[in-house]
Design a protein around this ligand. Structure first.
Ligand code: NAD
Ligand code: UFG
Length: 342
C-alpha cells in the first residue's frame, strides 16, 4: 500500500479578510494545509475559528505583518511552504488618496518584502490579489486583460506597481509561477452564514450598505448618480460571488502547479448590473424594502465597467456560476446570522 502524499502547505497573507477567508475555505476543501498570516488591521482572529468550523479542518494562524521580514523568514524556515496567496493589503479607494504612504507601505513595500523572503527561501509560487482598478477609464468594454493599464487613484497604482514587480521578477527567473488575478466586484458570503464582509464603520461599498439598510441599521441608501449613460442611469458593475472568486484562486493555483508562467486573468462574471438591479435583487432575497434616494455622483466613480472573463474560462476552465439572487441571499444570511454565531 502506498502512503498518502502529505498535503501541500500554503501561506495565506490576509487570510482572515473577506476574500482571503473564503479562499481559505476553498483551499482547505481542495486538500491544502494552510498557514494564515494576518495583522488583523481589518479583520478578527474569530474568522479563523469560523473557517475551521466550516471545513472541520485546523489551520495555523499567525498574527503579524507582511512587512516583517524576520517573521517571514521564520515562517519559511519552520514550515514546508510551497506557495503563497497574497491578499494582505489596504483596499479603500478614497482613503488611499488621503493616506497614500500607508497604501504604498502596506501594498507595495509589503509585497516587496514578501517576494524577497520567498526568493530567499526558494518558494516561487505566488498568487496576487489585483483589481479591475488597474484598467482605469475604459477605452473599451468589457475590459480584456489586454486593456491599457492606467489607474486613476493611489490604491490602483499600488496594485499596478506590484503587478509590474511580479512581471519583472518572472522575467528575471522563469522558475517563478505567478498568478495575477484582477478581481471585479466581490459580494456575497459563504453559504454557512458564518463568514462574510463586515466592514468597520459606514460601508463604502454598495452591497454591505444595502444589507445594513435591510436590517434597519441605516435609514436609506444613497444611489450615487442616476444620470449616467447606462440603461437605468445608475452605475453598472460586474458583481461576482466571493465563493466563485475563491474557486478561481484554487483553479489558478492548480494551473500554476502544472504550468510555470506568469498568468494574468480577470475574475469577474462577465455581466454588468446596475445599482437599481442590485436593490431589487436584495429586496427579493431579504423580503425587505430597501429605502433609497438619488444623490449626486460620487467623485472618482466610473459610469460602468465589467469583465471579459473568456481568458479565465479558456485557461482555467473556471467561470462564475452564482446568480445575483444567490449573492444577495448569502449576504442576507450572513448579515442576519453571523452576530448569533459567536
Ligand atoms: P480585507 O481588508 O477584508 O482583507 C485584507 C486582510 O489583510 C485583512 O484581514 C487585514 O487585516 C490584512 N492585512 C492588511 N494589511 C496587512 C499587513 N500589512 N500585514 C498583514 N495583514 C494585513 O480585504 P479583501 O476585500 O478581502 O481584499 C483582499 C485583497 O483583494 C486586497 O489586496 C484587496 O486590495 C484586493 N481586492 C479587493 C477587492 C474588493 O472589492 N474587496 C477588489 C479587488 C481587489
Ligand atoms: N454605490 C451607491 N451607493 C453606495 C455605494 C455604492 O450608489 O452607498 C454605487 C457606486 O456609485 C457604484 C456601485 O454602487 O456605481 C458600486 O460601488 P462600490 O463602492 O461597491 O464598488 P466600486 O466599483 O466603486 O469599487 C470596488 C472596490 C474597489 C475595486 C473595484 C473594482 O471598492 O476597491 O470595485 O474591483 F477596485
Amino acid at each position: 500500500m502506498s502512503a498518502r502524499p502529505e498535503p501541500a502547505t500554503l501561506l495565506i497573507t490576509g487570510g482572515a479578510g473577506y476574500i482571503g477567508a473564503h479562499t481559505c475555505v476553498a483551499l482547505q476543501r481542495a486538500g491544502y494545509r494552510l498557514v494564515v498570516l494576518d495583522n488583523f488591521c481589518n479583520s478578527s482572529p474569530q474568522t479563523l475559528a469560523r473557517i475551521e468550523r466550516i471545513t472541520g479542518q485546523p489551520l495555523e494562524g499567525v498574527q503579524g505583518d507582511v512587512r516583517d521580514r524576520a517573521l517571514l523568514d521564520r515562517l519559511f524556515q519552520s514550515q514546508a511552504i510551497q506557495g503563497v496567496l497574497h491578499f494582505a493589503g489596504l483596499k479603500a479607494v478614497g482613503e488611499s488618496s488621503e493616506k497614500p504612504l500607508e497604501y504604498y507601505s502596506n501594498n507595495v513595500a509589503g509585497s516587496l518584502v514578501l517576494m524577497q523572503a520567498m526568493q530567499a527561501a526558494g518558494v516561487k509560487t505566488l498568487v496576487f490579489s489585483s483589481s479591475a482598478t488597474v484598467y482605469g477609464t475604459p477605452q473599451f468594454l468589457p475590459y480584456t486583460e489586454a486593456h491599457p493599464l492606467a489607474p486613476v487613484n493611489p490604491y490602483g497604482r499600488t496594485k499596478l506597481m506590484v503587478e509590474d514587480m511580479l512581471r519583472d521578477l518572472h522575467q528575471s527567473d522563469a522558475d517563478w509561477r505567478v498568478g495575477i488575478l484582477r478581481y471585479f466586484n466581490p459580494v456575497g458570503a459563504d453559504a454557512s452564514g458564518l463568514i462574510g464582509e463586515d466592514p468597520r464603520g459606514i460601508p463604502n461599498n454598495l452591497m454591505p450598505f444595502i444589507a445594513q439598510v435591510a436590517t434597519g441599521r441605516r435609514e436609506f441608501l444613497n444611489v450615487w448618480g442616476n444620470d449616467y449613460d447606462t440603461p437605468d442611469g445608475t452605475g453598472v458593475r460586474d458583481y461576482i460571488h466571493v465563493t466563485d472568486l475563491a474557486a478561481g484562486h484554487v483553479s489558478a493555483l492548480q494551473h500554476l502547479e502544472k504550468t510555470p508562467g506568469c498568468l494574468t486573468l480577470n475574475l469577474g462574471s462577465g455581466q454588468g448590473h446596475s445599482v437599481l438591479e442590485m436593490v431589487r435583487a436584495f429586496e427579493q432575497a431579504s423580503g425587505r424594502t430597501i429605502a433609497h434616494r438619488f444623490a449626486p455622483r460620487r467623485a472618482g466613480d466610473l459610469p460602468a465597467f465589467w469583465a471579459n472573463a473568456d481568458e479565465a474560462r479558456r485557461i482555467l476552465g473556471w467561470e462564475a456560476r452564482c446568480s445575483l439572487l444567490q449573492m444577495c441571499e448569502d449576504t442576507w444570511r450572513f448579515q442576519t446570522q453571523s452576530a448569533e454565531a459567536g
